[in-house]
Every structure is written in C-alpha cells, then in structure tokens.
Design a protein around this ligand. Structure first.
Ligand SMILES: [Zn+2]
Length: 115
C-alpha cells in the first residue's frame, strides 16, 4: 500500500531545484524589495541547492553571491568593483576574497603598437 509514497522522480527533483534556483536568483536580483536577511538566506540557499543538485549558477547571476563566504553581493556596499588593467576586479568586503573577470593584464594592449 505504501509503495507509491515517493511520487517525485529524480528528474522532477532536478527540475524543481531549478525552479527554486530561479526564484532565489530573482530575490537576489532585487535586494531592495526584500529584507537583507531574506536576501542573504537566498544567497545561502542558492549555493546549497546548486551544490546538492550539481547545478551551475547561470553566468549572469554568478556575481550575485560571494563564492567564498556566501553573502549576497547584490546588496549595496557589500562588494567593491574596480576596473584594473582591463579586468573587472570584485572584492568581497566581508571576507576579502578577490575575483577577476575578463581580459588579463596585457589583454587590452595586444593591438596598441606602442614603442
Ligand atoms: Zn565573501
């Protein structure tokens, strides 16, 4: 009689994880509509869900969470962004972890031809 208790299949779990991920990303993307605690717990949940289900976080949403300490980076004042030598440098103001995006120190020079 109890055979049909587990109605959600593996596939369905993966799908609902994606829906949850999308929902958390929405919260993270609009931090002004939510309390900071909500946004922060959304960040933690997003990282946990993505790990548990081995989902990758969409590249356009990766900047929303610190990969090291898992705080929401979408909240103003949590992160410092600088453009340095053609790279975008993101510094987490809580744990101090630095991430660099794009280019590289010599990337922007390749076509310059300065002597
Ligand atoms: Zn951090």
């Amino acid at each position: 009689m109890a055979r049909n208790r587990r109605r959600t299949s593996r596939q369905q779990r993966g799908a609902s994880a994606k829906v949850a991920q999308q929902h958390l990303i929405e919260i993270l993307s609009s931090p002004l509509d939510h309390h900071h605690e909500v946004v922060d717990s959304a960040a933690v949940h997003l990282m946990k869900i993505s790990r548990r289900h081995r989902l990758s976080i969409p590249s356009e949403s990766r900047h929303l969470v610190c990969r090291k300490c898992w705080i929401a980076h979408s909240i103003a004042g949590r992160v410092r962004v600088r453009i340095k030598a053609g790279q975008r440098t993101t510094t987490c103001l809580k744990c101090g972890s630095i991430r660099r995006h794009g280019g590289g120190p010599k990337f922007h020079r390749s076509n310059r031809g300065d002597v």
